[in-house]
Design a protein around this ligand. Structure first.
Ligand SMILES: [Zn+2]
Length: 114
């Protein structure tokens, strides 16, 4: 652990950033990465030993559950919005705030100077 300072610098001579891997067999495993990633030297130094396959599977599973729950939340929110007649997606076009005062009726004769 005494030569940690050597480890914290990548081949670009930059201080590496710590990341947690979320994919595949390395899920849940922390690593030090080149701050420029693949644009830099792309160096990765794994801080932790690879997890047991079972642990990786559990993390993958948790991740799926979280995604599913997040989707569920979005769905519930949309349902709620619908029940309140709120729509997130529509740009409110019914909010007709024209700055010019031509909304008084019957005065369209002197609308424009010909
Ligand atoms: Zn680098």
């Amino acid at each position: 652990m005494s030569n940690e300072s050597d480890v914290n610098v990548c081949f670009c001579n930059k201080v590496m950033v710590e990341r947690m891997c979320w994919y595949g067999s390395n899920a849940g495993r922390r690593s030090l990465n080149c701050p420029d990633g693949s644009r830099g030297c792309g160096y990765i130094h794994w801080i932790e030993e690879p997890l047991e396959e079972r642990a990786a599977i559990i993390i993958e599973d948790l991740k799926k559950q979280m995604t599913r729950q997040a989707n569920q939340h979005v769905f519930e929110m949309e349902e709620l919005m619908h029940s309140f007649n709120i729509s997130i997606l529509t740009d409110s076009g019914d909010d007709d705030k024209d700055d010019d005062d031509d909304d008084d009726e019957g005065t369209d004769e002197d609308d424009h100077e010909d």
